[in-house]
Design a protein around this ligand. Structure first.
Ligand SMILES: Nc1ncnc2c1ncn2[C@@H]1O[C@H](COP(=O)(O)OP(=O)(O)OP(=O)(O)O)[C@@H](O)[C@H]1O
Length: 171
């Protein structure tokens, strides 16, 4: 079974993937698979542009967890979306040395449910499992991913409401 572990930067995907690997789960990091598909750099956003369609089409399915913010574009059997309060996400990203602009851009993407919307465009809601990480340890998130894998979790989405964050930023 291929589980996608996705979410905007800072939601904790890498940390959780490391724990899962320590627990013996096969983990593929999307960053390790994109090199042949790089089209260039977006200098304004300091990001790498890849041919997402071709990358997803040629992705070799794995029995394990695929970690990265594009995982929901793959034909995963189940998709776990990590969520985080955008204000907390801002702090996490600033602590990692993100510029205020880049941190704000990612927090806004989280507030607007961007990963969830893309996931729902690509998958049946019955295979989508949202999990809020704001006040949760990464060990607990890893436990949840294993529950999803074992079929011991219920699909869910639409449980995070970050409208207050958006309202506070309205002019
Ligand atoms: N559950 C959590 N509680 C508190 N802090 C966390 C949690 N998960 C991750 N962090 C912290 O948030 C930061 C980002 O974590 P991480 O690198 O795992 O996120 P990511 O989603 O993989 O980001 P990226 O997509 O940029 O790789 C790290 O400093 C990490 O220690």
């Amino acid at each position: 079974m291929m589980i996608g572990l996705t979410g905007v930067p800072g939601t904790g995907k890498t940390t959780v993937a490391n724990i899962l690997e320590e627990r013996g789960i096969c983990v593929v990091r999307i960053n390790d698979t994109i090199a042949p598909y790089v089209l260039g750099k977006d200098p304004d956003r300091d990001t790498t542009i890849i041919d997402e369609e071709l990358w997803a089409a040629e992705f070799e399915p794995v029995d394990g967890v695929v970690e990265g913010h594009l995982a929901h574009l793959l034909p995963c059997d189940r998709v776990v979306i990590l969520r985080c309060d955008p204000d907390v996400l801002l702090d996490r990203l600033m602590s990692r040395g993100y510029s205020p602009e880049k941190a704000e851009e990612n927090a806004l993407a989280e507030a607007l449910d961007s990963t969830l919307i893309e996931a729902l465009e690509n998958h049946d809601p019955e295979v989508i499992y949202e999990f809020e990480t704001t006040d949760t340890t990464s060990e607990t998130v890893a436990d949840f991913v294993l529950d999803v894998r074992a079929g011991d979790a219920s699909p869910s989405h639409g449980t995070c409401d970050w409208s207050l964050y958006l309202m506070n930023r309205m002019p």
